[in-house]
Design a binder for this molecule. Sequence first.
Ligand code: PFF
Length: 464
Amino acid sequence: MSARGNFSSKLGFILAAAGSAVGLGNIWGFPYEVGQGGGAAFVIIYLIFCFILCYPVMVTEIAIGRKTQKNPVGAFNALGYKKWNFVGKLGLFSGVLILSFYNVIAGWAFGYIFEMVAGNFGIADQFGDYITNVFKVGAYGLVFMAVTAYVVSKGVSGGIEKAARLLMPTLIIMILIIVGYVMTLPNAIDGLKFYLIPDFSKLTPSVVYNAMGQAFFSLSLGMGALITYGSYVGKSDNIISSAAFITLTDVGIAFLAGLMIFPLIGFMSGGTMEGAGRGPGLIFVTLPQIFGEIGGTLGIATGTLFFVLLCFAALTSTVSLLEVPISYVVDEWKIKRTRASWLVALFIFIIGIPSLIGNGYSEFFSTSFTTYKDGGTDTDFLSFVAALANDTILPLGGCIIAFFAAHIWKKHNLDEELSNGAPGYKGSFIQKYLNFAIGYFAPIVLISVFILTVLFKFFGIQLI
Ligand code: PFF
C-alpha cells in the first residue's frame, strides 16, 4: 500500500467508482434530459453512447490511473508526456465547475429531506420559491459541501469506500419499490409509452449532443475522476470487468429512475405527458406528489427515505468530484489532505454562488440552452455552467484522453496495463474493439460532437 492510500478491496473500488457514477446525474439529470429530448429516442441514443463510446474511455482512464498511481495532471507527467498534462488541468477545471453547480442541486435535495419530514408535499408547487430562497438553500449547500470535505479528508478507504458499500444497494431497493408503486397508478402506461417507444422524428441534433454530454457526465468521464480512482486500484484487479460493472450499474439506475418518473407524469397529466419537458426542476416537482399521494406516515417515511438516499448518491459523487483536485494538491503541492479538503471545498462553494443565485444572470446568459420547453424554472446560470462543463468540456476531455492513449502513449502500453488482472484480454474481441474505439471511433465522434456542440450551444450555429 502506498502512502497515498488504496482501496482496501476490489469490491471497494468498484463500489466507490459506481458511487461516483451514480448520483444526481442518474436520478435528477437523466429523466429531465429524456423529458426534454422527447422520450424514448433520447434513451436509445444514450444507451448506444454509453456502451460503445463511453465504456472504452472509462477503461482507458482507469488504466492510466492505475499505471501511474497519480492524479490526472501527474499521470501525464509520470508517463513522460508533460506537454499533455493540460488534459489533466482541463479535467481539474471542469471538475471544479461541475462540483460548484452540482453541490447547489445536492443542497436542494438535502433541504427536501426536511420538507418531507414535515409532510410538506405541497413543496412541489412552490419549487420556484424554494430555490430562490437563496439563504436557505445556500445553507443546505454549505452543509452538503462540508460533509463532502469531511469524507474526502478521511481518505480513500476510510471514508469513500465505507460510505459507498452500504448506500448503493439500499438506493436500488428503494427505487425498485417506488417503481413498483407508480406502475399501479392510472395512466402509468402513457408514461411508459413516452419513455420506451421511440419516435425518431423527435431526434434533433441537440438531442444527440445532450445525450453525449449526459452519458459522459453520468459515467463520471472526461475529467480524470476515474484516473484518480484508478490510481488507488490494485494491480491484480480486472479493469475490463470492473468498468463493465460500473457502466451497467450506472445505466441501470438511470433507466430505473426513468421508470419511476415517467409513469408518474403519465398519471399526473392524465396521459398527456404535459410537464415532461419541464427541465431541471423535474424530480423536485413530480416526486413529492407521489409521496403526497401515498399520504400519512407512510408517505412521510418513503419521501424522507427517498431524499436521504438521493443525498447519499449525490454524496458519493461530490466526494469523487472533490477528490480530483485534492489528489492533485496533495500529490503535487504536498499540502496535507485534511487542510486541502477544507480549503478547496470552501473555494468551490464560493465559485458555486452564481449558480445558487442563478436568476440574476438570466438576461446575460439567455442563450438557447436556457429555454425549457414548457416554462420551467429559473436556473439559468446553473444551466450555463452545466452546458459548458458537461456537454462541452467532458466530451472534449474524453476525446483527448482516448487519442493520447492510442497514439501518444500507444496501444500496446495500454493493452499491457489492461492485461494485468485480466489474463484473457490479449487477443480477445474486446481488445480489438477497444483498440478500434480508442484509436479512431471515439476521437472522431467526440471531436465532431464537441465542435457541433460549441457552435450550436454558444453561437447558435446549427451545421447539421
Ligand atoms: N456521475 C455523477 C452523476 O451522475 O451524478 C456526476 C459526476 C461525478 C460527474 C464525478 C463527473 C465526476 F467526475
